[in-house]
Ligand binder design. Structure first.
Ligand SMILES: Cc1ncc(COP(=O)(O)O)c(C=O)c1O
Length: 393
């Protein structure tokens, strides 16, 4: 069949293919990016839903069509949260609630990217962002990363006529890197010097194990769009995220795109999230998630150090992923076949690189969705797979 040109060359999601493969219960999967379901606030949601549905006024509101911008009390909760965590004054009229931050990415791309526009990304980057932007047919340029954020030389050699820089400065997916404040300032100055739009995606910033919260890019540079999500701090099944537009003009364009896409995000789930924030201690909930993930992360880090010394990685201060590399001559895509045969899966690093900067010896391991015993067993299986791979090469 003849499809629209914009859909050509879009690869099916690597991760989805791998997740299919890991549906087999015997496989220990470090592949997905799934939150720990044991931490979903189910009782709190049940009570919130009951509250809403048993109240004649709230139930009508929840089940009726709603505003395209989103449910106002939830918008105000989001604006307030930036004051608390970042001392940032956010105008609630610039917040648009989206169907997960994934939709935010699509809407921003839709209103801002023309075919052949240059888009800067981190190398590596979130692969579904790559996929989402690919529909609008830009040309990607990958800014290489080091321990504390983008490499200065790589940033300086980026094309001068770029439109936007999409980045994940807090506990990046996949690398786990968190940019230092110096790197944030560097990128903001670079963007200002070339009038580039910054798109700051931050679904993991609150999943912090140690250290203080760095400054958002928006503190340094006004022309920044912020993306946020409730997926990692409440539950991804709510499908709730948000965009903070840099100004009214940008917001109005986004609103049009949102209306055209789906009229509005589910009023019911927005109200459940708002009730959660009103009636329960959201900060305590986020701290609990961070503590559990820290233990899971520690288990993975020590198992890797003990059983897989050829895998080099940096420890992380938050987020959900360990990212690292095998020796240069290892192809993690081929190694994956061996791993799956041994009963363990991960995502080969190549999935996270745009075409201009691909590396074949990296892998991303997720720890949030595996128990400690499975984490240790999974790493031992990976070690076995790695040995067999080396033997048979
Ligand atoms: C960096 C990044 N951005 C956006 C998303 C999409 O999140 P959601 O649509 O669930 O809010 C994810 C999901 O894993 C992510 O890792």
């Amino acid at each position: 069949m003849q499809f629209a040109k914009r859909s050509e060359g879009i690869n099916s999601s690597f991760i989805r293919d791998i997740l299919n493969l890991t549906k087999n219960k015997d496989i220990i999967s470090f592949a997905g990016g799934l939150p720990n379901p044991g931490l979903f606030p189910t009782d709190e949601f049940a009570s919130a839903a009951e509250n809403i549905l048993k109240d004649p006024k709230l139930s009508k509101e929840a089940l009726q069509y709603g505003q395209s911008a989103g449910y106002r009390p939830l918008i105000e909760i989001i604006a307030k949260s930036y004051k608390t965590k970042d001392n940032l004054d956010i105008d609630p009229d610039l917040i648009l609630i989206t169907n997960g931050s994934q939709q935010g990415l699509d809407l921003i791309s839709k209103i801002f990217i023309n075919e052949k526009d240059r888009v800067l990304l981190e190398g590596p980057t979130y692969l579904a962002a790559l996929q989402s932007m690919q529909f609008y047919r830009p040309e990607f340029y990958s800014v290489q990363l080091e321990k504390d954020g983008p490499k200065k030389e790589s940033l300086n050699s980026a094309p001068k006529d770029s439109r936007l820089f999409y980045c994940i400065p807090n506990f990046q997916n996949p690398s786990g890197i968190s940019w230092s404040n110096e790197k944030r300032k560097l990128v903001a100055d670079f963007a200002a010097s070339q009038d580039i739009l910054l798109v700051e995606d931050d679904p993991y910033g609150e999943i912090r194990f140690e250290g203080g919260r760095p400054l958002p890019l928006k503190t340094f540079y006004e022309k920044t769009v912020m993306l946020g999500s409730f997926s990692k701090i409440l539950a991804p099944g709510l499908r709730l995220g948000w965009i903070i537009a840099p100004n009214k003009e940008f917001f109005e364009k986004l609103l049009l795109a949102k209306q055209a896409a789906d009229l509005h995000t589910s009023q019911f789930t927005q109200m459940i999230a708002a009730k959660f924030y009103e009636n329960f201690n959201s900060q305590a909930h986020i701290e609990k998630i961070s503590q559990v993930y820290k233990k899971q992360k520690d288990a993975l880090v020590s198992a890797l150090r003990e059983h897989l010394p050829d895998f080099h990685f940096n420890d992380i201060q938050g987020g959900m992923f360990i990212w690292g590399s095998f020796p240069e001559d290892v192809d993690t895509l081929s190694l994956l076949d061996f791993a799956v045969k041994e009963g363990v899966a991960y995502v080969p690093g190549i999935a996270f690189f745009a075409k201009d900067f691909q590396k074949h010896n990296f892998a991303r391991l997720n720890f949030s969705n595996s128990q400690k015993e499975d984490i240790v067993l999974g790493v031992k299986r990976l070690r076995k797979a790695y040995e067999k791979y080396k033997e048979q090469r």
